[in-house]
Design a protein around this ligand. Structure first.
Ligand SMILES: *[C@@H]1O[C@H](CO)[C@@H](O)[C@H](O)[C@H]1NC(C)=O
Ligand SMILES: *[C@@H]1O[C@H](CO)[C@@H](O)[C@H](O)[C@H]1NC(C)=O
Length: 501
Protein backbone atom coordinates (compact mmCIF):
# COMPACT_ATOMS: atom_id res chain seq x y z
CA UNK A 1 0.00 0.00 0.00
CA UNK A 2 1.39 3.44 -0.95
CA UNK A 3 1.73 6.03 1.82
CA UNK A 4 -1.00 8.25 0.36
CA UNK A 5 -3.41 5.34 0.21
CA UNK A 6 -2.55 4.36 3.73
CA UNK A 7 -3.17 7.89 4.96
CA UNK A 8 -6.57 8.07 3.34
CA UNK A 9 -7.54 4.69 4.77
CA UNK A 10 -6.48 5.88 8.20
CA UNK A 11 -8.42 9.11 7.78
CA UNK A 12 -11.50 7.20 6.74
CA UNK A 13 -11.12 4.92 9.72
CA UNK A 14 -10.76 7.92 12.04
CA UNK A 15 -13.92 9.44 10.56
CA UNK A 16 -15.76 6.19 11.17
CA UNK A 17 -14.74 6.14 14.81
CA UNK A 18 -15.67 9.81 15.23
CA UNK A 19 -19.00 9.25 13.55
CA UNK A 20 -19.79 6.35 15.80
CA UNK A 21 -19.05 8.32 18.94
CA UNK A 22 -20.97 11.35 17.71
CA UNK A 23 -23.91 9.15 16.94
CA UNK A 24 -23.91 8.03 20.53
CA UNK A 25 -23.74 11.60 21.79
CA UNK A 26 -26.91 12.59 19.99
CA UNK A 27 -28.84 10.56 22.48
CA UNK A 28 -28.40 8.69 25.70
CA UNK A 29 -28.39 5.11 26.73
CA UNK A 30 -30.97 3.89 29.26
CA UNK A 31 -31.52 0.54 30.92
CA UNK A 32 -34.24 -1.24 32.86
CA UNK A 33 -33.19 -4.38 34.74
CA UNK A 34 -35.57 -6.64 36.60
CA UNK A 35 -35.31 -9.82 38.65
CA UNK A 36 -38.74 -11.41 38.82
CA UNK A 37 -38.27 -13.69 41.82
CA UNK A 38 -37.55 -13.64 45.53
CA UNK A 39 -36.08 -16.13 47.98
CA UNK A 40 -32.61 -17.56 48.49
CA UNK A 41 -33.47 -20.60 46.32
CA UNK A 42 -33.78 -18.13 43.42
CA UNK A 43 -30.37 -16.57 44.22
CA UNK A 44 -29.37 -16.80 40.56
CA UNK A 45 -31.94 -14.31 39.21
CA UNK A 46 -30.87 -11.44 41.48
CA UNK A 47 -27.21 -12.33 40.85
CA UNK A 48 -27.89 -12.17 37.08
CA UNK A 49 -29.47 -8.73 37.37
CA UNK A 50 -26.73 -7.40 39.65
CA UNK A 51 -24.16 -8.62 37.12
CA UNK A 52 -26.03 -6.86 34.31
CA UNK A 53 -25.91 -3.68 36.37
CA UNK A 54 -22.10 -3.99 36.57
CA UNK A 55 -21.82 -4.53 32.80
CA UNK A 56 -23.82 -1.37 32.10
CA UNK A 57 -22.03 0.76 34.68
CA UNK A 58 -18.69 -0.35 33.25
CA UNK A 59 -20.12 0.50 29.86
CA UNK A 60 -20.53 4.07 31.04
CA UNK A 61 -24.28 4.32 31.59
CA UNK A 62 -24.98 6.65 34.47
CA UNK A 63 -26.89 5.50 37.53
CA UNK A 64 -29.64 7.99 36.84
CA UNK A 65 -30.37 6.24 33.56
CA UNK A 66 -30.40 2.68 34.93
CA UNK A 67 -33.59 1.56 36.66
CA UNK A 68 -33.25 -1.62 38.73
CA UNK A 69 -36.15 -3.66 40.06
CA UNK A 70 -35.04 -6.39 42.45
CA UNK A 71 -36.76 -7.84 45.51
CA UNK A 72 -33.38 -7.55 47.24
CA UNK A 73 -33.83 -10.24 49.85
CA UNK A 74 -30.94 -12.47 48.79
CA UNK A 75 -27.77 -10.47 49.43
CA UNK A 76 -28.85 -9.93 53.03
CA UNK A 77 -30.59 -13.28 53.48
CA UNK A 78 -29.54 -15.25 56.54
CA UNK A 79 -28.95 -18.15 54.15
CA UNK A 80 -26.32 -16.14 52.25
CA UNK A 81 -22.87 -17.34 53.33
CA UNK A 82 -21.39 -14.03 52.11
CA UNK A 83 -23.68 -11.36 53.58
CA UNK A 84 -24.03 -8.26 51.46
CA UNK A 85 -22.51 -9.89 48.39
CA UNK A 86 -23.75 -11.73 45.32
CA UNK A 87 -21.74 -13.84 42.89
CA UNK A 88 -22.81 -14.79 39.39
CA UNK A 89 -20.03 -17.32 38.77
CA UNK A 90 -17.75 -19.53 40.88
CA UNK A 91 -14.69 -17.43 41.68
CA UNK A 92 -16.25 -14.37 40.08
CA UNK A 93 -16.38 -10.86 41.54
CA UNK A 94 -19.05 -9.59 43.93
CA UNK A 95 -21.66 -8.19 41.55
CA UNK A 96 -23.81 -6.63 44.29
CA UNK A 97 -21.15 -4.03 45.11
CA UNK A 98 -22.43 -0.50 44.57
CA UNK A 99 -25.74 -1.48 43.03
CA UNK A 100 -28.45 1.18 43.16
CA UNK A 101 -31.85 -0.47 43.40
CA UNK A 102 -34.90 1.59 42.48
CA UNK A 103 -37.73 -0.78 43.36
CA UNK A 104 -37.45 -3.49 45.98
CA UNK A 105 -39.67 -5.78 48.07
CA UNK A 106 -43.41 -5.40 47.39
CA UNK A 107 -42.74 -2.56 44.91
CA UNK A 108 -41.48 -5.10 42.37
CA UNK A 109 -44.64 -5.97 40.48
CA UNK A 110 -45.80 -6.32 36.90
CA UNK A 111 -47.66 -3.02 37.35
CA UNK A 112 -44.50 -1.18 38.44
CA UNK A 113 -42.44 -2.69 35.63
CA UNK A 114 -45.02 -1.69 33.01
CA UNK A 115 -45.33 1.84 34.44
CA UNK A 116 -41.52 2.19 34.40
CA UNK A 117 -41.44 1.17 30.73
CA UNK A 118 -44.41 3.41 29.95
CA UNK A 119 -42.68 6.35 31.60
CA UNK A 120 -45.75 6.76 33.80
CA UNK A 121 -44.60 8.25 37.12
CA UNK A 122 -48.10 8.09 38.60
CA UNK A 123 -48.21 4.35 37.94
CA UNK A 124 -45.29 3.41 40.23
CA UNK A 125 -45.38 3.26 44.05
CA UNK A 126 -44.76 6.71 45.57
CA UNK A 127 -41.16 7.31 46.65
CA UNK A 128 -40.26 5.39 49.80
CA UNK A 129 -37.53 3.13 51.10
CA UNK A 130 -38.63 0.58 48.48
CA UNK A 131 -39.34 2.94 45.60
CA UNK A 132 -37.28 5.64 43.94
CA UNK A 133 -40.32 6.65 41.90
CA UNK A 134 -38.13 6.81 38.78
CA UNK A 135 -39.44 5.80 35.39
CA UNK A 136 -38.02 5.55 31.89
CA UNK A 137 -38.04 9.07 30.47
CA UNK A 138 -36.01 8.34 27.38
CA UNK A 139 -36.51 10.50 24.31
CA UNK A 140 -36.64 9.93 20.55
CA UNK A 141 -32.82 9.91 20.21
CA UNK A 142 -32.23 7.51 23.09
CA UNK A 143 -31.53 3.80 23.09
CA UNK A 144 -32.88 1.50 25.76
CA UNK A 145 -31.70 -1.87 27.01
CA UNK A 146 -34.12 -4.04 28.99
CA UNK A 147 -33.18 -7.26 30.76
CA UNK A 148 -35.39 -9.61 32.75
CA UNK A 149 -34.42 -12.78 34.63
CA UNK A 150 -36.77 -15.19 36.43
CA UNK A 151 -39.23 -18.00 36.04
CA UNK A 152 -41.64 -17.85 33.16
CA UNK A 153 -44.25 -20.05 31.57
CA UNK A 154 -46.24 -19.97 28.34
CA UNK A 155 -47.37 -16.36 27.84
CA UNK A 156 -46.32 -15.07 31.24
CA UNK A 157 -43.36 -13.88 33.27
CA UNK A 158 -43.15 -14.28 37.04
CA UNK A 159 -43.01 -11.44 39.54
CA UNK A 160 -42.06 -11.60 43.22
CA UNK A 161 -45.36 -9.92 44.19
CA UNK A 162 -48.74 -9.54 42.57
CA UNK A 163 -50.04 -11.01 39.33
CA UNK A 164 -47.91 -12.40 36.51
CA UNK A 165 -46.84 -10.18 33.64
CA UNK A 166 -48.75 -11.25 30.52
CA UNK A 167 -47.12 -11.00 27.12
CA UNK A 168 -49.93 -8.88 25.66
CA UNK A 169 -49.56 -6.28 28.44
CA UNK A 170 -45.85 -5.95 27.77
CA UNK A 171 -46.52 -5.75 24.07
CA UNK A 172 -49.15 -3.00 24.53
CA UNK A 173 -46.72 -0.81 26.50
CA UNK A 174 -43.86 -1.41 24.07
CA UNK A 175 -46.08 -0.54 21.11
CA UNK A 176 -47.34 2.61 22.80
CA UNK A 177 -43.80 3.76 23.69
CA UNK A 178 -42.60 3.08 20.17
CA UNK A 179 -45.47 5.10 18.67
CA UNK A 180 -44.84 7.99 21.09
CA UNK A 181 -41.15 8.03 20.07
CA UNK A 182 -40.23 7.08 23.62
CA UNK A 183 -36.97 5.67 22.29
CA UNK A 184 -34.99 5.42 19.11
CA UNK A 185 -34.36 1.74 19.49
CA UNK A 186 -34.80 -0.83 22.21
CA UNK A 187 -33.09 -4.14 22.90
CA UNK A 188 -34.73 -6.64 25.24
CA UNK A 189 -33.05 -9.77 26.66
CA UNK A 190 -35.26 -12.21 28.56
CA UNK A 191 -34.20 -15.20 30.65
CA UNK A 192 -37.20 -17.35 31.52
CA UNK A 193 -38.79 -20.67 30.74
CA UNK A 194 -40.88 -20.60 27.56
CA UNK A 195 -39.68 -17.00 27.06
CA UNK A 196 -40.11 -17.25 23.29
CA UNK A 197 -43.86 -17.16 23.94
CA UNK A 198 -43.51 -13.58 25.20
CA UNK A 199 -42.74 -12.30 21.71
CA UNK A 200 -43.79 -15.00 19.25
CA UNK A 201 -46.61 -13.73 17.06
CA UNK A 202 -46.67 -10.46 19.03
CA UNK A 203 -43.57 -8.35 18.47
CA UNK A 204 -43.86 -6.67 15.08
CA UNK A 205 -40.69 -5.84 13.23
CA UNK A 206 -41.55 -2.17 12.69
CA UNK A 207 -41.38 -1.00 16.31
CA UNK A 208 -37.62 -0.50 16.53
CA UNK A 209 -37.39 -3.26 19.13
CA UNK A 210 -35.02 -6.22 18.94
CA UNK A 211 -35.51 -8.99 21.48
CA UNK A 212 -33.75 -12.23 22.30
CA UNK A 213 -35.00 -14.92 24.66
CA UNK A 214 -33.29 -17.75 26.51
CA UNK A 215 -35.72 -20.35 25.24
CA UNK A 216 -38.34 -20.91 22.60
CA UNK A 217 -42.01 -20.92 23.58
CA UNK A 218 -42.10 -24.62 24.44
CA UNK A 219 -39.13 -25.34 26.64
CA UNK A 220 -37.45 -24.58 29.93
CA UNK A 221 -34.58 -22.17 30.28
CA UNK A 222 -31.61 -23.40 32.28
CA UNK A 223 -29.85 -22.53 35.51
CA UNK A 224 -26.09 -23.01 35.77
CA UNK A 225 -23.18 -22.94 38.23
CA UNK A 226 -25.29 -25.20 40.44
CA UNK A 227 -24.16 -27.40 43.34
CA UNK A 228 -22.35 -30.47 42.07
CA UNK A 229 -21.63 -29.09 38.60
CA UNK A 230 -18.29 -28.32 37.10
CA UNK A 231 -17.44 -25.58 37.77
CA UNK A 232 -19.50 -25.64 40.97
CA UNK A 233 -20.05 -22.84 43.40
CA UNK A 234 -18.21 -23.37 46.68
CA UNK A 235 -20.42 -25.73 48.70
CA UNK A 236 -21.50 -23.09 51.24
CA UNK A 237 -23.72 -21.45 48.60
CA UNK A 238 -25.96 -24.48 48.14
CA UNK A 239 -27.73 -22.90 45.19
CA UNK A 240 -27.23 -22.09 41.50
CA UNK A 241 -25.35 -18.83 40.96
CA UNK A 242 -26.54 -18.03 37.47
CA UNK A 243 -28.64 -18.89 34.46
CA UNK A 244 -27.15 -20.27 31.29
CA UNK A 245 -28.38 -17.69 28.75
CA UNK A 246 -27.75 -14.84 31.19
CA UNK A 247 -24.17 -15.73 32.05
CA UNK A 248 -23.54 -16.43 28.37
CA UNK A 249 -24.37 -12.87 27.29
CA UNK A 250 -22.81 -11.23 30.34
CA UNK A 251 -19.56 -13.16 30.31
CA UNK A 252 -19.34 -12.28 26.63
CA UNK A 253 -19.89 -8.62 27.57
CA UNK A 254 -17.17 -8.93 30.23
CA UNK A 255 -14.62 -10.28 27.79
CA UNK A 256 -15.38 -9.11 24.27
CA UNK A 257 -14.82 -5.67 22.80
CA UNK A 258 -18.44 -4.60 22.46
CA UNK A 259 -17.40 -1.54 20.45
CA UNK A 260 -16.57 -4.02 17.67
CA UNK A 261 -18.87 -6.98 18.34
CA UNK A 262 -22.35 -6.73 16.88
CA UNK A 263 -25.48 -7.80 18.71
CA UNK A 264 -25.84 -10.42 16.01
CA UNK A 265 -22.43 -11.87 16.81
CA UNK A 266 -23.31 -11.84 20.51
CA UNK A 267 -26.57 -13.64 19.73
CA UNK A 268 -24.68 -16.31 17.79
CA UNK A 269 -22.13 -16.85 20.56
CA UNK A 270 -24.85 -17.01 23.22
CA UNK A 271 -26.91 -19.41 21.13
CA UNK A 272 -23.92 -21.66 20.64
CA UNK A 273 -23.09 -21.73 24.33
CA UNK A 274 -26.66 -22.21 25.52
CA UNK A 275 -27.18 -25.10 23.09
CA UNK A 276 -23.90 -26.81 24.13
CA UNK A 277 -22.34 -26.19 20.73
CA UNK A 278 -25.67 -26.79 18.95
CA UNK A 279 -26.00 -30.31 20.35
CA UNK A 280 -28.92 -29.34 22.63
CA UNK A 281 -27.76 -32.15 24.91
CA UNK A 282 -28.69 -29.62 27.59
CA UNK A 283 -29.88 -26.07 27.34
CA UNK A 284 -32.43 -24.35 25.15
CA UNK A 285 -33.02 -22.63 21.83
CA UNK A 286 -32.06 -18.96 22.08
CA UNK A 287 -34.45 -16.98 19.90
CA UNK A 288 -34.62 -13.50 18.36
CA UNK A 289 -37.60 -11.37 17.43
CA UNK A 290 -38.60 -7.93 16.19
CA UNK A 291 -36.46 -5.46 14.25
CA UNK A 292 -33.58 -7.78 13.41
CA UNK A 293 -31.66 -5.02 11.61
CA UNK A 294 -30.79 -3.54 15.00
CA UNK A 295 -28.56 -6.57 15.57
CA UNK A 296 -26.18 -5.23 12.92
CA UNK A 297 -25.20 -2.53 15.43
CA UNK A 298 -22.35 -3.06 17.84
CA UNK A 299 -23.42 -4.21 21.31
CA UNK A 300 -21.82 -1.10 22.85
CA UNK A 301 -24.68 0.94 21.37
CA UNK A 302 -26.88 -0.66 24.04
CA UNK A 303 -24.42 -1.77 26.72
CA UNK A 304 -22.07 1.19 26.68
CA UNK A 305 -18.77 2.00 24.97
CA UNK A 306 -16.82 1.27 28.15
CA UNK A 307 -17.18 -2.44 27.43
CA UNK A 308 -13.99 -2.86 25.42
CA UNK A 309 -12.77 -6.14 26.84
CA UNK A 310 -9.84 -4.18 28.28
CA UNK A 311 -10.80 -5.20 31.80
CA UNK A 312 -10.82 -8.81 30.68
CA UNK A 313 -8.37 -9.89 33.35
CA UNK A 314 -10.19 -8.13 36.15
CA UNK A 315 -13.55 -9.44 35.09
CA UNK A 316 -12.36 -12.92 34.26
CA UNK A 317 -13.99 -15.66 36.24
CA UNK A 318 -13.07 -19.28 36.68
CA UNK A 319 -16.41 -20.07 35.16
CA UNK A 320 -16.08 -18.04 31.98
CA UNK A 321 -16.30 -20.57 29.22
CA UNK A 322 -15.73 -20.35 25.48
CA UNK A 323 -18.98 -20.26 23.61
CA UNK A 324 -18.85 -23.90 22.54
CA UNK A 325 -17.72 -25.56 25.76
CA UNK A 326 -20.23 -27.93 27.30
CA UNK A 327 -21.40 -26.53 30.58
CA UNK A 328 -23.40 -28.05 33.43
CA UNK A 329 -26.96 -26.78 33.52
CA UNK A 330 -30.32 -27.61 35.03
CA UNK A 331 -33.80 -26.74 33.79
CA UNK A 332 -35.04 -23.76 35.83
CA UNK A 333 -37.71 -25.78 37.58
CA UNK A 334 -35.17 -28.39 38.69
CA UNK A 335 -32.71 -25.71 39.75
CA UNK A 336 -35.14 -24.78 42.54
CA UNK A 337 -35.19 -28.37 43.73
CA UNK A 338 -31.39 -28.50 43.56
CA UNK A 339 -31.23 -25.90 46.31
CA UNK A 340 -33.53 -27.91 48.58
CA UNK A 341 -31.75 -31.15 47.71
CA UNK A 342 -28.37 -29.63 48.50
CA UNK A 343 -29.69 -28.31 51.80
CA UNK A 344 -30.82 -31.81 52.70
CA UNK A 345 -27.68 -33.55 51.45
CA UNK A 346 -25.32 -31.18 53.23
CA UNK A 347 -27.21 -30.93 56.54
CA UNK A 348 -25.66 -32.75 59.50
CA UNK A 349 -27.57 -35.82 60.72
CA UNK A 350 -30.29 -34.82 63.15
CA UNK A 351 -33.07 -32.25 63.30
CA UNK A 352 -31.54 -30.03 60.58
CA UNK A 353 -31.49 -32.94 58.11
CA UNK A 354 -35.02 -33.95 59.02
CA UNK A 355 -36.23 -30.36 58.53
CA UNK A 356 -34.46 -30.12 55.16
CA UNK A 357 -35.99 -33.42 54.09
CA UNK A 358 -39.46 -32.30 55.01
CA UNK A 359 -38.95 -29.04 53.07
CA UNK A 360 -37.82 -31.00 50.03
CA UNK A 361 -40.67 -33.45 50.21
CA UNK A 362 -43.19 -30.66 50.83
CA UNK A 363 -42.02 -29.03 47.60
CA UNK A 364 -42.09 -32.24 45.55
CA UNK A 365 -45.52 -33.17 46.83
CA UNK A 366 -46.86 -29.65 46.22
CA UNK A 367 -45.66 -30.06 42.65
CA UNK A 368 -47.37 -33.42 42.25
CA UNK A 369 -50.55 -31.97 43.73
CA UNK A 370 -50.80 -29.07 41.30
CA UNK A 371 -49.95 -31.32 38.34
CA UNK A 372 -52.60 -33.82 39.44
CA UNK A 373 -55.18 -31.11 40.08
CA UNK A 374 -54.77 -29.62 36.61
CA UNK A 375 -54.93 -33.06 35.01
CA UNK A 376 -58.04 -33.93 37.04
CA UNK A 377 -59.76 -30.68 36.02
CA UNK A 378 -59.06 -31.29 32.37
CA UNK A 379 -60.25 -34.87 32.78
CA UNK A 380 -63.51 -33.60 34.33
CA UNK A 381 -63.94 -31.17 31.45
CA UNK A 382 -63.51 -34.08 29.04
CA UNK A 383 -65.89 -36.33 30.94
CA UNK A 384 -68.64 -33.82 31.47
CA UNK A 385 -68.59 -31.43 28.57
CA UNK A 386 -68.13 -31.00 24.85
CA UNK A 387 -64.36 -30.60 24.89
CA UNK A 388 -63.75 -33.79 22.95
CA UNK A 389 -66.22 -32.72 20.28
CA UNK A 390 -64.53 -29.32 20.04
CA UNK A 391 -61.17 -31.02 19.69
CA UNK A 392 -62.44 -33.40 17.00
CA UNK A 393 -64.03 -30.56 15.08
CA UNK A 394 -60.89 -28.42 15.15
CA UNK A 395 -58.06 -30.91 15.05
CA UNK A 396 -59.54 -34.30 14.18
CA UNK A 397 -57.35 -34.92 11.14
CA UNK A 398 -54.21 -33.49 12.72
CA UNK A 399 -54.34 -35.50 15.93
CA UNK A 400 -54.73 -39.24 15.31
CA UNK A 401 -55.39 -39.99 18.96
CA UNK A 402 -58.73 -38.20 18.66
CA UNK A 403 -59.98 -41.05 16.47
CA UNK A 404 -59.91 -43.46 19.42
CA UNK A 405 -62.79 -43.85 21.81
CA UNK A 406 -63.23 -44.82 25.40
CA UNK A 407 -61.66 -43.97 28.71
CA UNK A 408 -58.10 -44.70 27.60
CA UNK A 409 -58.44 -42.24 24.73
CA UNK A 410 -59.84 -39.70 27.15
CA UNK A 411 -56.79 -40.13 29.35
CA UNK A 412 -54.46 -39.63 26.41
CA UNK A 413 -56.38 -36.54 25.36
CA UNK A 414 -56.11 -35.13 28.87
CA UNK A 415 -52.34 -35.66 28.71
CA UNK A 416 -52.26 -33.87 25.38
CA UNK A 417 -54.20 -30.88 26.70
CA UNK A 418 -52.10 -30.59 29.85
CA UNK A 419 -48.67 -31.34 28.49
CA UNK A 420 -48.59 -30.28 24.87
CA UNK A 421 -49.47 -27.41 22.62
CA UNK A 422 -52.46 -27.85 20.35
CA UNK A 423 -51.59 -27.05 16.75
CA UNK A 424 -51.44 -23.29 16.06
CA UNK A 425 -51.01 -21.41 12.81
CA UNK A 426 -47.33 -20.91 11.91
CA UNK A 427 -45.84 -18.06 13.93
CA UNK A 428 -49.04 -17.41 15.88
CA UNK A 429 -49.01 -16.14 19.44
CA UNK A 430 -49.74 -18.54 22.30
CA UNK A 431 -53.39 -17.49 22.38
CA UNK A 432 -55.63 -15.20 20.37
CA UNK A 433 -57.60 -14.12 23.42
CA UNK A 434 -55.31 -12.97 26.23
CA UNK A 435 -58.24 -11.96 28.43
CA UNK A 436 -59.29 -15.59 28.29
CA UNK A 437 -55.86 -16.70 29.50
CA UNK A 438 -55.95 -14.17 32.35
CA UNK A 439 -59.46 -15.36 33.16
CA UNK A 440 -58.35 -19.00 33.23
CA UNK A 441 -55.53 -18.19 35.65
CA UNK A 442 -57.94 -16.16 37.82
CA UNK A 443 -60.52 -18.94 37.75
CA UNK A 444 -57.92 -21.51 38.71
CA UNK A 445 -56.41 -19.41 41.50
CA UNK A 446 -59.82 -18.56 42.96
CA UNK A 447 -60.63 -22.20 43.45
CA UNK A 448 -57.26 -23.96 43.74
CA UNK A 449 -55.01 -21.30 45.24
CA UNK A 450 -52.16 -19.27 43.75
CA UNK A 451 -50.04 -20.73 40.99
CA UNK A 452 -46.48 -20.63 42.25
CA UNK A 453 -43.27 -20.53 40.25
CA UNK A 454 -43.70 -24.22 39.51
CA UNK A 455 -47.48 -24.32 39.00
CA UNK A 456 -47.37 -21.42 36.54
CA UNK A 457 -46.21 -23.89 33.89
CA UNK A 458 -49.84 -24.91 33.49
CA UNK A 459 -50.68 -21.79 31.50
CA UNK A 460 -49.89 -24.19 28.63
CA UNK A 461 -53.07 -26.17 29.44
CA UNK A 462 -55.11 -23.02 30.05
CA UNK A 463 -53.98 -21.62 26.70
CA UNK A 464 -55.10 -24.84 25.01
CA UNK A 465 -58.54 -24.48 26.58
CA UNK A 466 -58.79 -20.85 25.41
CA UNK A 467 -57.74 -21.85 21.90
CA UNK A 468 -60.53 -24.42 21.89
CA UNK A 469 -62.99 -21.62 22.54
CA UNK A 470 -63.70 -22.52 26.16
CA UNK A 471 -64.45 -19.76 28.65
CA UNK A 472 -62.77 -19.43 32.06
CA UNK A 473 -66.10 -20.31 33.67
CA UNK A 474 -65.78 -23.83 32.25
CA UNK A 475 -62.50 -24.27 34.09
CA UNK A 476 -63.95 -22.69 37.22
CA UNK A 477 -66.81 -25.18 37.19
CA UNK A 478 -64.45 -28.11 36.92
CA UNK A 479 -61.44 -27.04 38.96
CA UNK A 480 -60.73 -27.80 42.60
CA UNK A 481 -63.92 -26.76 44.34
CA UNK A 482 -66.23 -26.25 41.38
CA UNK A 483 -69.82 -27.47 41.56
CA UNK A 484 -70.52 -30.67 39.68
CA UNK A 485 -71.66 -30.31 36.11
CA UNK A 486 -74.57 -32.57 35.10
CA UNK A 487 -73.72 -35.43 32.78
CA UNK A 488 -76.41 -34.06 30.46
CA UNK A 489 -74.11 -31.22 29.43
CA UNK A 490 -71.82 -33.63 27.61
CA UNK A 491 -71.29 -33.05 23.91
CA UNK A 492 -73.10 -29.79 23.42
CA UNK A 493 -71.76 -29.57 19.90
CA UNK A 494 -68.62 -28.10 18.47
CA UNK A 495 -69.82 -24.51 18.38
CA UNK A 496 -71.19 -24.30 21.87
CA UNK A 497 -69.13 -22.46 24.42
CA UNK A 498 -69.33 -24.07 27.78
CA UNK A 499 -71.33 -21.83 30.04
CA UNK A 500 -70.76 -21.43 33.73
CA UNK A 501 -72.34 -24.26 35.66
C1 LIG B 1 -50.48 5.88 34.70
O1 LIG B 1 -50.77 4.99 35.76
C2 LIG B 1 -51.98 5.30 36.42
C3 LIG B 1 -52.08 4.38 37.63
O2 LIG B 1 -51.98 3.05 37.24
C4 LIG B 1 -53.13 5.15 35.46
O3 LIG B 1 -54.35 5.45 36.10
C5 LIG B 1 -52.93 6.07 34.28
O4 LIG B 1 -53.93 5.84 33.32
C6 LIG B 1 -51.58 5.83 33.66
N1 LIG B 1 -51.34 6.84 32.65
C7 LIG B 1 -51.05 6.54 31.41
C8 LIG B 1 -50.79 7.69 30.50
O5 LIG B 1 -51.01 5.40 31.00
C1 LIG C 1 -18.56 -27.45 17.92
O1 LIG C 1 -19.24 -27.75 16.73
C2 LIG C 1 -18.49 -27.57 15.56
C3 LIG C 1 -19.40 -27.87 14.40
O2 LIG C 1 -20.60 -27.19 14.56
C4 LIG C 1 -17.27 -28.47 15.57
O3 LIG C 1 -16.49 -28.22 14.44
C5 LIG C 1 -16.46 -28.20 16.81
O4 LIG C 1 -15.40 -29.12 16.91
C6 LIG C 1 -17.32 -28.33 18.04
N1 LIG C 1 -16.52 -27.99 19.17
C7 LIG C 1 -16.55 -28.69 20.28
C8 LIG C 1 -15.64 -28.25 21.33
O5 LIG C 1 -17.29 -29.63 20.46
Amino acid sequence: MRPLQLASVLLAAAALVAARELKQEEGHLWAVLIAGSAGYGNYRHQADVAHAYQVLRRGGIKDDRIIVLMYDDVAHSESNPHPGQLFNAPGGPDVYAGIQIDYSHASVTAETFLAVLAGNASGVPPPSRHSSGRVLTAGPQDKVFVYYSDHGAPGILGMPSGPFLYADQLHAVLTQRSKQNGFKEMVIYIEACESGSIFEGLLEDKLGIYATTAANGRESSWGTYCPGMSPAPPSEFGTCLGDLYSVAWMENADQADLTLETLKKQFQLVKQRVSQNYTYSMGSHVMRFGTLGIAEEVAAEFMGYGNTGAKKQAAATNGAAPSWAPQGALPQRDADLAHLWHKFASAPEGPAKAAALSQLSAETSARSRVDAAVRASVQRLLDRTNVLALLRAKFGGQLPLLAANGAAANGAVAELLVGEELPRPEGAALVDDWDCLRGMVAAWEASCGPLDQYGMRHTRAFANLCNLGLAPAALAANSCGGPAVGAGSKLMGPDAHIAAA
